[in-house]
Every structure is written in C-alpha cells, then in structure tokens.
Design a binder for this molecule. Structure first.
Ligand code: P6P
Length: 334
C-alpha cells in the first residue's frame, strides 16, 4: 500500500480535522472504532461462530437479547471503561447507567450506544450496526449520574454509527461535517472513503414499516397514501419504498443516496406510542443527518431540541432529505 495523501486513516483524519477535535475526544472516538472492529469480526463469523440465537434474557426494552447484543455490549464496555476518558456509559442493553468501576479514572465524556442495532436481523444475515453518541459530562453533576446524561441531542460532541454490511463502514460527525471510513480488513484500519457526506435535498424514496398503517396518525397515513398514489396522485411523481428493519442500514442508504426514514408514533401499543430510543438512536442519527444537510423531526418537534426526561425514552422519528421531511411537516400542519 503506497501511503499517499488520499490514504487517510481515521487517526490521522481526526488529528488533521478542521474542527480542532480535542485530543481526549479524538482518542475516545478511536477507542469506540477499535471496539467496533472487534464487533465486526464477531458479526462476520456468522453461523461459523457460536453467535446466533438468543440469550434467555430480556433488556429494559422488553426485547429478547441476542447473544451478539450481549457480546457487542461487553466489547464496548471493555474497550472504553479503562481509558480515563469517560465518566459513565449508557446502553440500550443495560437498564441503568454503567458507572466507571474503580480503580479506573473517571473522565470528561459520557458514552451512549446501541451496541447492535437491528439485531433481529443477525440470524438472517441482514446488515446490522452500532450507534453511538458522545456528550460532555457536566462538571456540576455527580460524575456519570443518570441526570448528567439527560442532555438534548444538540449537546452531542460526537455521534456516529458503524454498519456491518457488505463492508464495515464508520460514519462519524463532530458537528462540522460528516465523514465515512471503510474498514480495510487487511490493515485493520478505518480509511476515509466518503469525505464530507451531503444528503440530497429531494428524494423519491421512503422507508417505513407499512404493516403499521392501521395505527398511524392521519398526517402520516395521508402522506404515505399520496406517495403511493405516484404520478397520478397529488405528489405528481413515482415513489420507491425500502424497509430493511435495521435503522443503521436504512439511515446509511438515506445518508448515501437521499431518502426519508419514518418510524412515526402509532397506536398499536398504547403503552409504547413510539419505538425508537431518543438518547442512543434518534439523537446520534439526527446529528449525522442534520450535519449532512438533512432534517430530523418527531413530526412536531426537532429531535435535537428535545429535553430528555428518561434515559430509555422513545420518540417518533422522521428524518432524511430536507425537502421531503418538510413535506411531512406540512402534512402535520395542514
Ligand atoms: P420493526 C431494530 O429493532 C429497530 O430498533 C431499528 O433498528 C429498526 O429501524 C426498527 O427497530 C424496526 O422495527 O417494527 O419494523 O421491526
């Protein structure tokens, strides 16, 4: 491999980044990326490794935990807890905040993640991913207490995901630009392959689980009906639909070629009007989408402006190409 300026590993990119990323934050991002390399190796074993199937446990979401959910969560804990860079960790797979154990030093950041999003797709070999969010730990708060995590998405100092698909790709933002790095399996390095990602402003592709149609609110139902009506309908153009059932995969497609991703509130389960989690799914994805020029809303409220009340709270999610998200907002207003 000839090292030229076009060959930019993650570590070198972060040190050169135009947004002057603090040294400790650079190192924390590299710690997370290193852990995701190990998760990628575990995922890529497929049926050859003892990783398929479920554990006989449930997480706070009431979801059966896949073996790889547990393994991925453990990899991220062991890859970051010792570094002295974080004061606490929150995960979809852990009920409470994970305090940094003694004798490790507590650092200045808070790390949140969904260690393996879309894990119901693992056994059928569909892309899954890790979603992560990094916040500053407020000096005032008890280092790493629950309340210190409850910050709006706008406060994130970094956010990203790693998609374990036909290739393993890290998509990262520190709020200035969005950049993607493909894992070179031979070198074991994430290499910059998609500098300064921008979401196309318009799209003719929507992603939603249409089996929930009977439970949607009227604005969403009317919006989807009009998309499906195509050229002869009020939108006057043909739409395509995609639904992978793995947020990382659906959002990566949206980041790459545009689109609109919707997991709106529905009345299917009155106790759970929304499905996706704010702190470690909606917020990091919203920061990535909006930094890349897209828009992220609940349908009535910008996601990044929500003041969290609970660590595992859920919110409706509509995000992607700005002009199309604006159309959905218009359906809500009219
Ligand atoms: P449904 C995966 O479980 C997840 O949290 C997201 O990754 C995904 O977008 C959504 O749920 C899929 O939900 O109801 O279509 O299975």
């Amino acid at each position: 491999m000839i090292h030229t300026n076009s060959f930019l590993p993650l570590r070198r990119f972060l040190s050169r980044s135009e947004s002057e990323i603090p040294e400790e934050l650079q190192r924390l991002i590299i710690d997370v990326a290193q852990s995701c390399k190990l998760i990628s190796m575990a995922v890529n074993q497929g049926a050859l490794g003892d990783i398929y199937g479920s554990d006989d446990t449930q997480n706070i979401q009431g979801e059966v935990q896949k073996k790889l959910d547990i393994i991925s969560n453990q990899i991220l804990l062991e890859g970051t807890e010792w570094t002295g860079r974080i004061a606490g960790i929150a995960s979809e797979e852990m009920d409470a905040v994970y305090p940094i154990p003694d004798p490790y030093i507590k650092g200045e950041y808070l790390l949140l993640f969904d260690p393996l999003d879309g894990s119901s797709n693992i056994d059928v070999n569909i892309s899954v991913g890790t979603i992560f969010s990094i916040l500053k730990c407020p000096d005032s708060a008890h280092r790493g207490s629950d309340n210190s995590f409850l910050q709006p998405g706008r406060a994130q100092v970094a956010a990203g995901y790693v998609i374990y698909g036909s290739s393993t790709v890290l998509v990262l933002t520190t709020g200035v630009t969005v950049n993607a790095f493909t894992l070179d399996q031979r070198l074991g390095e994430f290499i910059l392959t998609h500098p300064n990602m921008r979401i196309p402003r318009s799209t003719a592709e929507f992603a939603i689980n249409t089996s929930n149609l009977p439970y949607w609110t009227d604005p969403i139902r009317h919006y989807i009906d009009d998309c499906i009506a195509g050229k002869k309908g009020p939108r006057g153009k043909q739409f395509n639909m995609r639904w992978v059932g793995s947020m990382v995969a659906d959002i990566h497609r949206t980041m790459t070629r545009g689109g609109i991703f919707l997991y709106p509130q529905d009345s299917k389960n009155p106790q759970l009007p929304a499905k996706l989690r704010l702190m470690y799914e909606a917020n990091p994805m919203a920061l990535l989408v909006e930094t890349a020029g897209g828009l992220a809303t609940t349908g009535t409220h910008p996601i990044l402006e929500i003041q969290p009340e609970k660590l595992h709270q859920r919110v409706p999610v509509i995000m992607g190409s700005t002009e199309e998200v604006q159309v959905v907002l218009d359906y809500h207003q009219n």
